[in-house]
Ligand binder design. Structure first.
Ligand code: 1GP
Length: 269
């Protein structure tokens, strides 16, 4: 559900400190399970849902997942509007595509991280997938969020598939140069990624150096598992932190809620 004040304003708003994004990979669970998890995540303080991840999930699955999450959020908004003790705004959380390529799209999403994998060695991830996806996004009116995407070591599967020339944890000068370049390209968002399931999060130094570039919204993800990790990213300058594996590894919905509440609290600085 698109927040009233407009999607980009919602994302760029810094007044609420560092917020949390739950990444749902539609290739790894049914739309029903994804929806239960997304609702539990929002209840625990997550303020945005990303749908994407795997590189070979068909449009149909991505669309079913987006639609199902949107419908469940609408129902929660309606239920909250009927109760004087509930806050409707809690459920007004955008559902955003975080695609592995031009195949994983859906008109049911509120927007898409329209990304350039800036440190890719492959033309495919610099511009070709974007060329393929642009007419579809235009046709269905999916709002594009201009995003620079930068992959750090160890990089995981996305680093391999994306043919990234991985940045090292000590490459803070390079991190700064990429951030500056992202801003000069007109990107509003820079996503600093160490890879889903990674044993290491993006280093504090690299986040801090990217943060020196004003006006860029920093999303930081990969390897964030607990409140200490979340806090490290937040105090270094992350505007948003993303977790995916945390949700997938949760034993059940209660465990998921505890884990997400923990990282949401950790990010509050
Ligand atoms: C992947 O940064 C995200 O794009 C999430 O990473 O699965 O390690 O939380 P994790």
């Amino acid at each position: 559900m698109l927040p009233d004040e407009g999607l980009m304003n919602y994302i760029l708003d810094t007044s609420q400190g560092c917020r949390h994004i739950t990444l749902i990979d539609p290739g790894k669970q049914s739309a029903e399970v994804a929806t239960r998890r997304a609702i539990a995540a929002v209840e625990s303080g997550s303020r945005m849902i990303f749908v994407g991840g795997s590189t070979n999930t068909p449009d149909k699955i991505v669309h079913e997942t987006c639609e199902s999450i949107q419908q469940a959020l609408e129902l929660q908004i309606f239920a909250a509007s009927q109760s004087p003790d509930s806050d409707e705004d809690l459920w007004k959380v955008p559902v955003i595509l975080f695609p592995g390529g031009a195949h994983a799209l859906s008109p049911a999403a509120d927007g898409i991280t329209f990304m350039m994998l800036m440190n890719s060695n492959s033309r495919r991830f610099l511009i070709n997938e974007q060329l393929k996806g642009a007419p579809y996004l235009h046709k269905f009116g999916v709002q594009t969020l201009p995003t620079g995407y930068l992959i750090f070591s160890p990089g995981g599967k996305v680093g391999e598939v994306g043919e990234a020339i991985l940045l090292d944890e000590n490459d803070s000068e390079l991190s700064y140069s990429y951030a500056l370049t992202a801003k000069m390209f007109g990107f509003k968002i820079l996503y600093l990624e160490s890879g889903s399931g990674s044993s290491k999060q993006v280093s504090s130094e690299c986040i801090k150096s990217a943060k020196k570039v004003n006006e860029l919204c920093l999303i930081v993800g990969g390897g964030i598992r607990n409140s200490v990790h979340a806090r490290t990213a937040a105090i270094s300058g992350a505007n948003w932190i993303v977790t995916g594996t945390l949700t997938e590894d949760a034993e059940n919905i209660n465990d998921l809620k505890l884990k997400i509440s923990d990282v949401v609290e950790g990010a509050k600085i």
